[in-house]
Design a protein. Sequence first.
Length: 129
Amino acid sequence: MGAKKESYNYEASVEEGMGSQFLEPEVKAFIYQQISSFNAFFAADSNMSVLLLDEGSETEPMVLKLRLSGLGSFVEAEGKGEDVFAAVLDAKGRLMETLDKAIREAAQDAEAEAIKREAAEEIEKDPKH
């Protein structure tokens, strides 16, 4: 079994006048490392965006969004932290929770459909039941 090739696009969106810390090599490397955790959710046209919403201050946290888009849709989560690293980790955790919940719900729906299908087949075989 071969290793799955990591394939994703990443872009950072920073409002004009906000800091350029997303361009720093160590920040980019950290973000790429965190994004790789989402590889299982990527389709061929997937894109992960980091959107800086509020740069924060000494008294207010930095606020950003991670947005995973692809197949004509997107899911996103907001994260807050004392710096870009903490905010990315917070957003990553929230986005993973959202995706995990969606997967669990889809699995439950699929299981319910399978049960309905089996019941319908049993009725077709023996309509007296």
